[in-house]
Write a protein that binds this ligand. Structure first.
Ligand code: ATP
Ligand code: MG
Length: 563
């Protein structure tokens, strides 16, 4: 497939749009569409979250509704302000806004406490003094009912007294919990008297030491949706089995016919990638990567630093769509999406990664010509630039071979090549260093072959990129490969995902040579280094010490695989 050919997807509606439109046509929720994106601030967002963000904010946008940002911050031991800030930055970067609707599950700790007290008063919750392990052992199996706790029939008064004392700090962490009193024989294990409150003495990033008991995620999530008037609560498939429990809580709270409708969709998984926040945190903590924004990470800040545009991420999410079937998406489709986007926007430049000097022996010493070269053939409005040409240039080391095979259409003894935007040059000789490596290639040029000149369209087999040696800027270039060398590193039986780390996922090249127009390049500027791929200026880059990341190569492996 050529870069200009686009992969198109059918314009049909996905099942969530169909559900929403049906609700609207039936006049539900007075025609309101109100969604939320509910991240837990215990890590940075990854591309999987982008799929949820595009849906939550996208459905609100499409149906003239609203989307809240709600931090599900129910676990003070794992959550940090750093994560809250990064999540907000990443959502904005993707191009979405929650306006003034920034909420926290911790805003509802008071309401949730009152609700728990209400459940106790109705005989629907009890304090259990057993350990979490014992409670888990008593859960039973899908075919075997669970065992009732000996504390299940405590009096309302005793439960109230204990729950208050739990929150006053009288008991140690883990010594008791509050459980909903539902049904130990339910075929759904989540309904077998789930734990709804536990004691945690770590201060919370927002509520400090106000609380000693914290609601479990399952006791906070659905009710928070309800408190916010969410109409469509979109989440990933693993929550489908939690839905009856969320519904049960809402049944106890509901005062009219409003209730959030939960709709589940498939998670995004990518080949050669791990996606769980726990594993990503391990990679960061263990120093396997340089940080959450390491360009090899599937985090949004990693992709951003790698040179991905928000448009390319959104386009990718659009291409994979939403279904009810779990699958692993091919990472090369993500690469396709960024390549397609950068093809349109990134100006072309010359950069030589592994330089080999070429001396054009019949070109006058000291002479400099400014070659006028188009910035982007895909977009003429990007204009042209001047690239200096002189007697000594650098070409790519692997664009020359002393003993080439027949099909080698680049520079070699006896051969001619075109220097893009400049002249056709012909090989005349070479020099080697004391290790026997080619240190310099000698050529001659013909003035009539200058780009635009009388013999400029003379047929030669190869065209090379180049930079003028005296004008070139030094640069560091970081090349990335996949972080893992197997398609599903997290899904291998008995093997830790770390054993599939690709030892060659990062290659740092120093002494690269780039054209002088890049002197003013700043992060996050993006370019196509001709013939080499798309590159962006890294955050580490400074004037005089340019650093580039390769976002993606030019070769489209995805399109090839799908021919
Ligand atoms: P992880 O499993 O990576 O720790 P999580 O589900 O615990 O992720 P949350 O912060 O709770 O992370 O996720 C916020 C929202 O993003 C949830 O609605 C969740 O369903 C959704 N989400 C998380 N991972 C993915 C994914 N891979 N694909 C699609 N949506 C996702
Ligand atoms: Mg979660």
């Amino acid at each position: 497939m050529k870069e200009s050919e686009e992969i198109t997807k059918p314009e049909s509606q996905h099942f969530i749009e169909q559900f929403i439109e049906k609700d609207l046509s039936e006049g539900k929720n007075d025609g309101r569409v109100h969604t939320r994106f509910p991240p837990e601030p215990n890590g940075y967002l990854h591309i999987g979250h982008a799929k949820a963000i595009c849906l939550d904010f996208g459905m609100a946008e499409k149906y003239g509704g609203k989307c809240n940002l709600r931090f599900d911050d129910t676990n003070p031991t794992k959550e940090e302000v750093e994560y809250v800030d990064s999540i907000k930055e990443d959502i904005k970067w993707l191009g979405f806004t929650w306006e003034d609707r920034e909420y926290y599950a911790s805003d509802y700790f008071g309401k949730l406490w009152n609700f728990a007290v209400l459940l106790i008063n109705r005989g629907l919750a009890y304090v259990d003094d057993q350990s979490a392990e014992t409670i888990a052992e008593q859960k039973g199996t899908p075919t075997q009912p669970g065992t009732e706790s000996p504390y299940r029939n405590r009096s309302i008064e005793e439960n109230l007294d204990l729950f208050y004392r739990m929150n006053e700090g009288e008991f140690e962490e883990g010594s008791c919990v509050l459980r909903a009193r539902i049904d130990m024989a339910s075929p759904n294990l989540h309904m077998r008297d789930p734990i709804i409150y536990r004691i945690l003495k770590t201060p919370h990033h927002r509520t400090g030491t106000t609380w000693k008991v914290y609601p479990m995620y399952d006791f906070a999530h659905g009710q928070s949706d309800y408190f916010e008037g969410i109409t469509h609560s979109l989440c990933t498939l693993e929550f489908e089995v939690h839905r009856p429990l969320y519904d049960w809580f809402i049944d106890q709270l509901q005062t009219d016919d409003y209730r959030p409708r939960q709709i589940e969709f498939n998670r995004l998984n990518l080949t050669y990638t791990v996606m769980s926040k726990r594993k990503l945190l391990e990679l960061v903590k263990e120093g396997v990567v340089s940080g959450w924004d390491d360009p090899r990470m599937p985090t949004l800040c990693g992709l951003r630093r790698r040179g991905y545009t928000p448009e390319s991420v959104r386009r990718f999410v659009d291409l994979i769509g939403y279904t009810k079937v779990e699958a692993i998406n091919d990472v090369s489709l993500l690469e396709y999406a960024v390549r397609e986007d950068l093809n349109k926007r990134a100006p072309r430049v010359f950069g030589v990664l592994r330089p080999l000097k070429v001396i054009i022996t019949n070109y006058p010493e000291g002479k400099v010509e400014q070659m006028e070269i188009e910035n982007n053939p895909e977009d003429v409005t990007q204009g042209k630039r001047l690239v200096p040409f002189s007697r000594e240039i650098f070409i790519e080391r692997d664009d020359f071979m002393e003993n080439p095979p027949n099909k080698f259409f680049r520079l070699a003894p006896g051969r001619e090549v075109r220097l893009k935007g400049a002249y056709i040059i012909k090989y005349t000789g070479l020099l080697k260093d004391n290790k026997g490596e080619v240190s310099e290639v000698h050529c001659t040029y013909e003035p009539e072959t200058r780009s635009g000149g009388p013999q400029s369209d003379r047929k030669v087999k190869g065209t090379l990129h180049w930079v003028s040696a005296e004008h070139a800027l030094d640069a560091e270039v970081r090349l990335y490969d996949r972080l893992f060398n197997t398609e599903d590193p997290a899904g291998q039986k008995d093997e830790d995902y770390r054993s599939f780390l690709n030892p060659d996922s990062l290659e740092v090249l120093r002494g690269c040579k780039v054209e002088p127009s890049l002197a003013t390049a700043r992060p996050p500027d993006k370019f196509q280094f001709q013939r080499l791929g798309y590159f962006c200026v890294d955050n580490d880059s400074t004037t005089g010490n340019l650093v580039f990341n390769r976002t993606v190569g030019l070769k489209d492996t995805w399109a090839k695989l799908n021919k």
